[in-house]
Ligand binder design. Structure first.
Ligand code: 5GP
Ligand code: MN
Length: 349
């Protein structure tokens, strides 16, 4: 079991009990874990009679929008749709909880607002290298599967549950299961013994895991699958070093009618090829190419992200960016990547 120290749990409980207006914030381009951990914890607060809101730096992709269905109106604020309300929720909070992010600038458009907060701040996260100076309470567990799992064990350590998952509200239990399942890619990476314990306890508490997995995996739009075929068939390049990469420009995204978040998961597929040790997806955005990196054990996606793409993340799943000011188009990105992986793999081997 993941241990949440008695002092840690008590400090959390004390901070929460004093709070009348809790603001939960997660990272830009929220994924299933960011959303699941935030919504799950918010729901727990609501059911405990506390006032809490979630602020997302930008809207969640359509593929996981189902997760917020059923939340009370006004409790999930999306900064891209209503920046004034997002800033107000942050500045008026008397307790700030950051989830699934280790530094404020992962919540990009909200960075300054977060820095300006004077209330107590709590971090709940599983990324390496949190900026501990920013928070009064730091719950950082890089070894754990997901922030959703960490929230689960935190709740299990509180008097309100007494370690009994059946005392979690249904929405909270579903959110945490969904977040953990997406972040581990349905138990295929980063799952540790406690992850299975969590799943077991939640299923015992009545969570319908099969329904959740079906909801996550089998509800995509046709456009996504057509683009996937095109990318694997025509855009994927594999270097001599065993690095597979795909560069997806804006024109192609438009041609296939692709929406935000619909390429989620693509980067994992080339890793199923035996000779591929690292897989990368570089996707054109307004002013940059967003970079996703995955690696097999023994190769560090995180180091590649840090050294060449101004990013970071986990050992086997990381990301970063290439500003268009540096590489203007897909051809420039391709050149940059070929050079970067050649130099990177020279040092790895
Ligand atoms: P994804 O490829 O799913 O977008 O991101 C995988 C992981 O990489 C994330 O969980 C996060 O830890 C990390 N990551 C993605 N983009 C960035 C970035 O721009 N900066 C940093 N530091 N980490 C990133
Ligand atoms: Mn996560």
């Amino acid at each position: 079991m993941v241990s949440i120290g008695i002092n840690e749990a008590a400090a959390f409980q004390k901070a929460v009990s004093k709070a009348e207006n809790i603001c939960l914030v997660t990272h830009m381009h929220p994924d299933g874990d960011a959303l699941g951990s935030s919504l799950g914890l918010m729901n727990w607060f609501h059911e405990s009679g506390l006032r809490a809101r979630v602020v997302l730096p930008d809207s969640e992709p359509e593929s996981i929008a189902f997760m917020a269905e059923g939340t009370e109106p006004g409790t999930v604020i999306r900064a891209d749709l209503n920046m004034a309300e997002a800033l107000d929720a942050i500045s008026s909070a008397d307790l700030l909880i950051c989830l699934d992010m280790n530094v404020f600038n992962r919540a990009e458009p909200l960075t300054e607002a977060l820095e300006a907060t004077l209330c107590p701040r709590i971090l709940i996260d599983h990324h390496i290298g949190p900026d501990e100076s920013l928070f009064q309470i730091v719950m950082s567990r890089p070894e754990i599967s997901s922030t959703s799992e960490l929230v689960f064990w935190l709740l299990m350590s509180l008097p309100g549950t007494g370690g009994d998952a059946r005392r979690l509200p249904r929405f909270c239990a579903d959110s945490l299961m969904t977040g953990m399942t997406t972040d581990t890619n349905n138990f295929s990476n980063s799952a540790i013994p406690s992850t299975f314990s969590m799943a077991s306890m939640l299923i015992d508490a009545g969570v319908d895991r099969d329904a959740i997995v079906t909801r996550i995996n089998n509800r995509y739009r046709e456009e996504r699958v057509r683009l996937m075929g095109h990318m694997l068939g025509n855009l994927m390049e594999i270097t001599d070093e065993g690095v597979a990469f795909m560069v997806l420009d804006k024109a192609t995204q438009d041609r296939f009618g692709i929406r935000e978040g619909e390429t989620e998961g693509f980067v994992n597929i080339p890793l199923t090829i035996d000779k591929v040790g690292i897989s990368m997806l570089l996707k054109e955005d307004t002013d940059r190419f967003r970079v996703s990196i995955r690696s097999k054990k023994g190769l560090s996606a995180r180091r590649l992200a840090m050294e060449w793409f101004n990013g970071g993340g986990h050992e086997q799943a990381a990301g970063g960016k290439l500003p268009k000011a540096l590489v203007p188009d897909a051809e420039g990105v391709t050149q940059y990547v070929r050079n970067a992986v050649r130099k990177f793999m020279e040092n790895e081997n």
